[in-house]
Design a binder for this molecule. Sequence first.
Ligand code: FAD
Length: 621
Amino acid sequence: MNFPEHFDVIVVGGGHAGTEACLAAARMGCRTLLLSHNVETLGQMSCNPAIGGIGKSHLVKEIDALGGAMALATDAGGIQFRILNARKGPAVRATRAQADRVLYKAAIRHALENQPNLWIFQQAVDDLIVENDQVRGVVTQMGLKFHANQVVLTTGTFLGGVIHIGLQNHSGGRAGDPPAQALAARLREYPLQVDRLKTGTPPRIDAKSVDFSELQEQWGDEPRPVMSVRGNRALQPPQVCCWITHTNEQTHEIIRGGLDRSPMYSGVIEGVGPRYCPSIEDKIHRFADKLSHQVFIEPEGLTTHELYPNGISTSLPFDVQMNLVRSIKGFENAHITRPGYAIEYDFFNPQDLKYSLETKVIGGLYFAGQINGTTGYEEAGAQGLLAGLNAARRARDLEAWCPRRDQAYLGVLVDDLITMGTREPYRMFTSRAEYRLLLREDNADQRLTEKGRELGLVGDEQWQAFCEKREAVERERARLKDTWVQAGSVEAAKLDGKIVSQLTREHSLFDLLKRPELHYADVANLKGEVSVAEAVAEQIEIDAKYSGYISRQQEEIDRLRAHENTRFPEDFDFATVDGLSNEVKQKLSEARPDTLARAQRIPGVTPAAVSLLLIYLKKRG
Ligand code: FAD
């Protein structure tokens, strides 16, 4: 049966990528359908109950700056907030929130159900409708056909998913959910490069069985951070404590004793796991000389006793899991409510995608999230938003958009994936960005909200608040630049004891703010009482302190921009460029970069090869 109405965009999968994708397309005015296995699991956190962290919060704030839902849902469900790297530079500062899973999911569902132009339907998608290499819709498990010329697949860990606990395994998309077998088989028929990855999760523990007197408490920060520029601290739920404990030599001995029944070490699992979020058995194996590993204990929510012990993800057999958990301080009598497990799943080489996240082989078919080899809610959400907005633009015959590497972590993420592909689950770090000082979490709105408004992603209320903040920053910056303090004046005396070297001449307040020992609060009211919002003060202080570095980064970006604009013709044959080594030719032919700058970023493409390509392109005219 054909569903009677036609859609502009269909999104398959209601996880973190899918929800941002369908919200983005609908915000842009497209008739959008979200199809997912189960309405009850929309926005579900498959693994740890936390959002943000280093590199990841930058993505969350960029999603927010573009009108997305993840940061607002985090504020609605956040039960502990902290600023990581608070004492380090602003480039690497990051917000992390523990979330009550139920509240987070409810906030996402609320956003979905109240979004105009968006329809939700619960059903597995088993097949795609493709005509002449152009997607036309999808077919669900019960044979219902939905039609659209743009389809975004965000199937997470579900394609061909296999769950492993010890040497036992079964098909599954995640614990308690079915896998997507029919769709996986269908996708394997297309000329897309497919491979297997794996990820894992720890056993969950009943708090009633834990001895908290043995654990170290960790509370959130005060004043409490907010995740969204639209967030309201006063509306965040009650805040709770997390705890820290450690593994010990006995734990490690138990794990080593179980490795012969580990699916990872006995060769049952072939997929590659996340390097930066390894299982406890991986850690014991890889860092054999370490006698202890930290376990960070996160509450799963306000209305449950379940705890998430971050750091002991495992797929060892259940008897080993029980023994290893009970060998840890505070967990001596712990009751496991859900076993840890690993999951193997299909992912597709993102080098087969365009920068819009549309596949190169099937027109209108987009991939976003874990299906592209990434790991993490934030990475998935950011890709989802990009795929959704580009699907919406395609529906309107508009050109695709993707931020550059110097505009957003989202630009870095997509560029890394498309240029280099990935052989292991990819997660975001600040170290992946070369322009860290420009891509701070505090200025995500300044970098992206105007573009978001132009794309149709940012609503009136957010836009108005953004404009007010931008004006307030400009006004206050101008005031600080125009307000002067004389050496030896009453105002200068107020700085005594705060500044390292005395003032010897007249200084503007903005210049004073450049001194590392002075903060906005020290200088702002030297001449008259002024009151600005926290976020405005923060923005001005960072701009003042880092303006030298920021303008140097900007100059470098402008220099490299020339390469960003040097494009290869679509049919360019890299094999015909004389002087390139066969290895470089092969790498370029596989990755098919569209600009010289992207060619330059492919590992193995040397500066000499870039010069040859530049000369060749110039000769071709
Ligand atoms: P998901 O959140 O998985 O959402 C996929 C959605 O698609 C689901 O709603 C599903 O029902 C739906 N779906 C799939 N196929 C179909 C279909 N054919 N028809 C209809 N609906 C369909 N991340 C980390 O950063 N660190 C970790 O340590 C970590 N460990 C993990 C451990 C496990 C066991 C799992 C399952 C995930 C783990 N993750 C981890 C990954 C994290 O959950 C994902 O990165 C993130 O959820 C990916 O978001 P997504 O939107 O791509 O997919």
